[in-house]
Write a protein that binds this ligand. Structure first.
Ligand code: HEC
Length: 145
């Protein structure tokens, strides 16, 4: 005959086994649905983490341009919190490009919204701003426009 305490503990053991089993089943279903939802969402969805990583690793090929970029534009245009269009994020840049290069350079020189005058590159020339804009606005992120 079982003593009440033994009975209780074997009961709770049984319960927890059942619970673990159910949990495994539920997690299995979750995992499978996550897998399929993930797959179907892959192509059209814009992945903010990938866009951010792409922005943070991008670098102008030209050494001089890279040096200017690193000490100025990169400070903001690779951080989502600044609300600056991220480097290589074609979707974010498209409406800006529509304004035309002249307007964009003008906005950099005079400051625009959260961007300080000269985009913090006080010694930059107009042609350098143009090259920096070309580099940053070029769509290199994986998502389609
Ligand atoms: C201190 C942060 C900061 C720095 C440094 C910075 N930007 Fe920006 N930039 C921003 C923000 C924020 C915006 C978005 C402003 C808005 O739309 O309100 C922006 C927008 C822009 C735009 C789009 C302007 C428009 O009319 O839509 C261009 C072009 C640009 N930046 C170029 C540059 C270049 C080139 C550099 C480096 C020389 C640079 N930025 C440095 C913060 C910065």
């Amino acid at each position: 005959m079982l003593r009440p305490s033994q009975n209780l503990s074997s009961r709770s053991n049984h319960l927890s086994k059942g619970f673990t089993l159910r949990l495994r089943q539920v997690m299995g279903v979750c995992f499978i649905s996550y897998f399929f939802i993930g797959l179907s969402a892959c192509s059209p969805a814009k992945d903010p983490a990938a866009i951010l990583l792409n922005a943070q690793t991008a670098q102008p090929e030209d050494e001089h341009l890279a040096e200017i970029y690193q000490r100025s534009c990169k400070t903001c245009h690779t951080l989502a919190e600044t609300t600056a269009p991220l480097v290589g994020d074609g979707e974010a840049w498209a409406p800006r490009i529509d304004k035309g290069m002249g307007v964009l350079v003008d906005h950099v020189i005079n400051g625009f919204g959260g961007m300080p005058p000269y985009g913090l590159c006080m010694d930059c020339e107009v042609h350098e701003f143009e090259q920096l804009i070309d580099f940053m606005a070029k769509d290199t992120s994986s998502h389609p426009l």
